[in-house]
Ligand binder design. Structure first.
Ligand code: AKG
Length: 254
């Protein structure tokens, strides 16, 4: 039986929009996942997303260009291998999400459900954004669960978060056309000053709200960074019919 979240942890999540759990996944479990990840990256086992497809600043201009086959995400992690299914259904993760939602939990296969990689050289930075921007649910109230499979630091492109930003009303003028916080907007400068890096060790886990602004840098080291990421919703918060969020299936976790 796992230890439930304390009232203080629940209050912290609602206030800050995220919680960090240290050493939740064991080194052997992380290494098993890493073995699968490295083999699938090497063999380009699909479905994958290439940096070139996403086209963020600094990405290779096409799949044929130098670095053009740099993979950003191994998609469909849940369907990819039993080790990811076991992690996504981990009893502690599900139990704590039940506490945060106050009800039953459903894993969405449409969003995240991937291993994010950050490669040296061709891996790109991600601007400040809310995950909910392209998701369609009744409420903006999902939780992403980010597992560091190795060290994550400012040097290799760790997550940055703006604590409490899931509770902010953001004006259209603060966002660019892709709904990233505009780096040049005056009203965003105090937000950027609040940003902090989440330094993680192998096995550490971040739960974060789908409205939390987060970002990540480039990888200035010589080793690839890998993180397994899944997204969960409350049972009472279904995807909107006909949307992409409703198109990829779900797993009811109780
Ligand atoms: O590792 C990164 O660049 C951040 C990825 C991210 O935040 C996202 O895909 O939502």
């Amino acid at each position: 039986m796992h230890t439930p979240l304390s009232a203080a942890q629940i209050a912290q999540f609602h206030r800050d929009g995220y919680l960090v759990f240290r050493a939740l996944a064991t080194p052997p479990d992380c290494e098993t996942m890493l073995d699968v990840v490295r083999a699938h990256l090497r063999e380009e086992v699909g479905p994958v997303e290439y940096e070139a497809d996403l086209g963020y600043a600094g990405a290779p201009p096409s799949r044929g260009a130098p670095g053009g086959r740099t993979i950003r995400r191994l998609r469909d992690a849940y369907q990819r291998h039993a080790c990811f299914r076991a992690w996504a259904e981990d009893a502690r993760v599900v139990g704590w999400l039940q506490q945060l939602f106050g009800e039953a939990v459903v894993l969405t296969l449409a969003h995240h459900n991937c291993v994010m990689t950050k490669h040296p050289h061709f891996g790109t930075a991600t601007g400040w954004h809310r995950d909910i921007r392209y998701w369609s649910f009744s409420r903006n109230d999902l939780v992403a669960v980010w597992l560091a499979l190795g060290v994550e630091s400012a040097d290799n492109g760790a997550l940055h978060v703006i604590p409490g930003s899931h509770r902010l009303d953001i004006g259209r003028d603060q966002l660019d056309e892709l709904d990233f916080l505009r780096p040049d907007a005056e009203r965003n400068q105090p937000l950027f000053e609040e940003g902090r890096v989440l330094a993680l060790q192998q096995g550490d886990v971040v739960f974060f709200h789908s409205g939390l602004f987060h970002a990540a840098g480039r990888n200035a080291t010589d080793k690839v960074k890998h993180s397994a990421v899944f997204a969960y919703r409350a049972a009472s918060n279904p995807p909107l019919p006909g949307s992409r969020s409703a198109a990829a299936g779900e797993v009811a976790l109780g």
